[in-house]
Write a new protein. Sequence first.
Length: 184
Amino acid sequence: MAENSPQITGKTIALLVTDGVELPELTEPIAAIKAAGGIAKIVSPNEKSLQAMEGDWNHSDHFDVDVQVASASADDYDALVLPGGTLNADSLRIDEDAKKFVSAFFEAEKPVAAICHGSWILTDIGQVKGRRVTSYPSLKTDLTNAGAEWVDESAVVSDRLVTSRTPDDLEDFNHAFLTLVAKS
């Protein structure tokens, strides 16, 4: 990373994902975390691996799971990333272990970042009310119905939450998130 880029040396970041995660929304944050000196860990309901997608329709790479969400603890991580992908996000928002895991980051006041459909789970755990957020446009109604102020911006920081719209915004998303983690 560039000299003025945030550094998070020694910090461990969880990426909560399952089958159907949008490939660049997983791989680019992992690369940015590693380039900033951090450690990226894939947390998932899946036992051993998961299937990433490109654009919800095309199967892409498989990724090994580092920790199953049922046994994961927010205490073991400095921050959390919620990548999108419609199938991934829709599965996670109804997974009780995933909801408990995400909620624990908010309870511990640790940074959380959600891109694209990744913020869907936040509506189910009551973490968008009163916050300024963004997402993939199709989530606007869900987020506003849950009490958020939805805006159309590349990356939005609201307290310890970073949200972003699409893979096109990954550079801004990664920078905002890493900056937040570096300050925490």
